[in-house]
Design a protein around this ligand. Sequence first.
Ligand SMILES: *[C@@H]1O[C@H](CO)[C@@H](O)[C@H](O)[C@H]1NC(C)=O
Length: 377
Amino acid sequence: MPSPSKPSLLSLSLLFFLPSTILASSSSNLGAVNPDDLIDPSTGYLNPQAYLSTHPKPPSTSSHAPWTTPPLCHTSASNSSLKFCTYTSAPSFLNGLSLITTPALAGLAIPHLDEHPVLQFFPSDAEAEDFLGTSRPYAVEDIPGKGKGVVATRRIAQYETFMVDQANVVMDNRIEKALTASQSLELLRRGVDGLRDPGRVRGLSGEHAGSKQSKSKMEGEKGEETVDDKDEHVMLTNSFGTEFEGENFRAVFPLVSRVNHACDPNSFVMFSATSLSIALKSYRPILPGEEITISYVYLGTPTPHRASQLKKWGFECDCSLCSRPKKEIEESDERRRRIQEGEMEFQRLWEQERYQAAIAKGKELVKLIGEEGLTPM
Ligand SMILES: *[C@@H]1O[C@H](CO)[C@@H](O)[C@H](O)[C@H]1NC(C)=O
């Protein structure tokens, strides 16, 4: 589990453990895609039709292959066998991917660099192609009082997978302790600079809903240091916690980052750890003009903890759940605590292959989640 301040997308998707596991195992391959065809020049977002025009990637002549820039490394002053480097694979899908981690973990990611993010989330190629052939059902707009947000441009059906995004920068959390603040910033800058369009990541700085701070604090070895670096600000306020090979990471998903938080969201996130991609799915039908929302904190999180987690993203909790009467909040917190415990139990049973017991637990959870006013899948 990531540290408490960095909620894990993995836990966000626990409820959907079963479907996402099945979907993630779909292992077809549309072939490599020219990234220039994938980005809609007007918005910088995924251009779905372009995914269909696939052709092989030219063989890399770089001596750092599969990376497109020479890795930049720093070794920990307190442990000479602990080294972190920035590895960038810019001709991969969309905007490219910079992994800031140890050489060993970067090596484990190599086989997945060319995985097609869209295919991770659809059971068959035909369904993936349907998705790619459909125009985007959302647009980034100004939301009164919230900065930017994402709004539905047509009706989105219940449980429709309507958005796919891939991480642009993925940073190992161990760096915070192992390297100095300036070394860590240097690795991060290199990672953002290596992307096809660094502005897609830097542009997130300060554009987030409720993001009032122009400066943020990053805890370095020398205690707290005030920074106004854009890359660092994005990493702190627009990243999602996730896990890869048992280590915790912060990942920046430029498109999903535009989606605002709600404690009763209309959409949820599915995560594919291998392709470092995310899909958004709707809990219920979403009408044209309606804002698309997800929960940035694990849905089982009780109120005080939720508020402190949201603050990390520059949000004040102003949703109905946080302004309900104290007694209702306590009841809600108790239900969310039980949901959280139940999900852990569900996963344990599933991993022990005790499927009947897991299914019974799942049914109990669906009931609790319904009582809490969240929509179970
Ligand atoms: C130093 O780093 C290596 C590699 O991660 C690790 O195996 C080892 O336990 C670390 N040593 C200390 C003293 O922390």
